[in-house]
Write a new protein. Structure first.
Length: 234
């Protein structure tokens, strides 16, 4: 299975790795969501309203002029052909390799993309995007089950970190360390269920030295979940 190393120390090295060909399948590799450091040109004046996409554990922003989602403790944006993620609603963002975008995010139907890219043209609004056509045969071969999500065993939507409503405009934390210091279990108790998101939390979202992730139940619930739930968050 071909993979690329998607995280590295040093900006130049990270860019070089992202642009280089995939390494041989026999190599030992690690794919992860890197440190959030990218301004993708999307900025919100305040915390956006979010609505659960029916039949999924994913929220989307129905009034946001962007392909903006929330799943498993991270915000996700699809822009200019790439996926980005952040633990804060207004970034900065980390680019996410297509290999590790969660299947529940990929399963969101076309109609929930507020700024659908041109290659969505002709796809039915209530269907999921044809990611295999976009990312090619190799990606589709590695992800044969991505478009067969078991609807009978969906995890519950993660609570949204609405404490971030308090931060907007000049009070919004732009520095990574400031964001980490605020994204504590006291402010947001949820522990992610996806391994790639848990790793990102440990490395880049939670304060260093914070409590370890807690065990999760079969539907994604954890003993320290917190924050408002429901289908609509404003």
């Amino acid at each position: 299975m071909k993979k690329i190393l998607a995280i590295a120390t040093g900006g130049a090295l990270a860019v070089g790795l992202l642009l280089s060909p995939a390494v041989p399948s026999t190599a030992a590799v690690s794919i992860a969501i890197g440190a959030p450091s990218i301004d993708i040109g999307i900025h919100f004046g305040a915390f956006p309203a979010l609505t659960v996409v029916p039949g999924t554990p994913v929220y989307y922003g129905p009034s946001v002029e962007a392909n903006f989602f929330f799943y498993d403790g991270l915000y996700w944006v699809f822009q200019d052909g790439s996926w980005y993620a952040s633990s804060w609603y207004d970034g900065p963002w980390a680019i996410v390799d297509p290999e590790i975008v969660p299947v529940y995010v990929l399963d969101v139907p076309v109609r929930c993309y507020r700024r659908p890219p041109e290659f969505f043209h002709g796809w039915a609004r209530n269907e999921r995007p044809h990611w295999g056509e976009r990312w090619g045969h190799d990606w589709e071969t590695h992800h044969v089950a991505w478009n067969h999500v078991a609807k009978s065993h969906l995890p519950r939507p993660a609570p949204v970190p609405t404490y971030q409503r308090r931060y907007k405009g000049n009070t919004y934390p732009r520095a990574a360390e400031q964001q980490r210091s605020l994204h504590t279990v006291q402010n947001y108790k949820y522990q992610p269920r996806e391994p790639v998101v848990r790793d990102h939390y440990e490395q880049h979202a939670r304060p260093h030295g914070g409590p370890p992730p807690q065990a999760r139940g079969p539907h994604g619930e954890g003993p320290h979940d917190g924050g408002p739930g429901g289908d609509h968050v404003r």
